[in-house]
Design a protein around this ligand. Sequence first.
Ligand SMILES: [Zn+2]
Length: 261
Amino acid sequence: MTDMNTIVGTHDILMITLDTLRFDAAVLEEANCPNLCGSGPWEKRHTPGSFTYAAHHAFFGGFLPTPATTDKSEHIRLFHSKNTGMKTHPHTWLFDTPDIVAGLAAEGYRTVCIGGVIFFTKKNPLARALPAYFQHSYWRMTFGVTNPRSTEHQVNHALKLLENTAPDQRLFMFLNVSAIHGPNHYFVPGARHDSVDSQCAALRYVDGELGRLFHAFRARGNPVFCLAFSDHGTAYGEDGYQGHRLAHETVWNVPYREFIL
Ligand SMILES: [Zn+2]
């Protein structure tokens, strides 16, 4: 069980949302994802939001995906707002700010967002809302869903930022991976439609690129707490549903992992 009060202040924190990754696709690829699953399997969780915008506001408010079990007492939250009047666990880190990003900044963290999908593009006021949680935020065309090498470009950008961050500067880096979001059919040669298969192929590609990011974080010499999870899944025709921003188990069930790099 993670004691966040032994993490915050001493560890760099890397939060990765694997945008739109379905739980079943993630499980199918566990053996092929040595970077994300090298230290254990995915946990099945429920997301607090059915699409990117809703889910990420919840995450930044400290509401991460919750275990997909009926026993709520088992779940110890990593983050919780101070002074709500609710009883909290000693392992839960309490923040006295509107969100965890500002809370970590108040603890001396440099907060950095590397955007991926449309809600992080900063192209209009709505798409600036999520990046605005962070002190520094970045988005490029090459980070977006239409670029088949988006994760490579995102990781390259992250590596440059790491190079320019002093080792004693605590870092909270958030990365929204866009590659698994549609369109992802181009990860399967000849495929014309997105599917679980093409999500799986996209995930294998993403895992390969994340290896360089994990290596660079480790090279800083500080312990790193990594959170990797999906913001929501997506339906590929199950029960007639297509896409997300709807209530279906292909959307609510998400893969979740936390580990020390
Ligand atoms: Zn999303």
